[in-house]
Design a protein around this ligand. Sequence first.
Ligand SMILES: [Fe+2]
Length: 266
Amino acid sequence: MPFISEEESKVSNQFLNDGYIVQSINKLQLVKKIKYEIYYIINQKKPESEFDLNDFFDNFHKKIELSELNEIRVDLIAKLNALSWVRESYYEIAKEYLDLIVGNEVSMQLRVNLSIQIPNDDSSLLPLHSDTWSGDSPFECVVWLPLVDCYETKSMYILSPEESRKLYSSFGEYMEIDSEELFNKIQNKVNFINIKYGQVLIFDQGIPHGNRVNKTKETRWSMNCRFKGVFTPYGDKKLGEFFEPINLKAASKMGMKYQQPKISKK
Ligand SMILES: [Fe+2]
């Protein structure tokens, strides 16, 4: 019997069975602060009401041209990452669940990302993939934060760990087809994650996932950032280049600085 609480065991089993967890955020004021900041960066003024704010996000596609979207997104990512409180808040938002899934001594991706999927836009899709296929460490988790309610094609999809194992065991059969054809073969097995604003998703990026053209009438806004245990193996995304430890404990600092006494005579 592992020495973990009933709560941790429940969340941990859910993560291992489903490949993800969706949990309520207790520090919602931090997500709201990020939403206000995004609104402010684009509009150069504060929203007049909560309705104004929510309407702006869900109906963003009515306020811009598709051709402007990428520039807006890139500009927002740069400006959000220039504000040190954004990344710190991002960790704070997910911390209680990261403590259960990853640990309390973690490496965090240096940049927080933002994705904007407007209805019927096929230009910014993430085809079916696992990040581990392109060199990510299987010890990495993604914290995915919706800024609006996400459901059906307004959300992302993920395969279950069980289906993923089946797919991986016969992967050789699919070497000749592209990711769209692979998606067609497994589409009735993937789960579109139903997640509301005010909740946070943590998922295993080693399981196939992606998104489809957003066929709903609302724009999807979500943020994502990777976390892993500081001392777990790294893949292509290295410590220092891509990740940094954000909360090293004293004993780890002590161990990293330790040097054996020199025994050789001069
Ligand atoms: Fe991914």
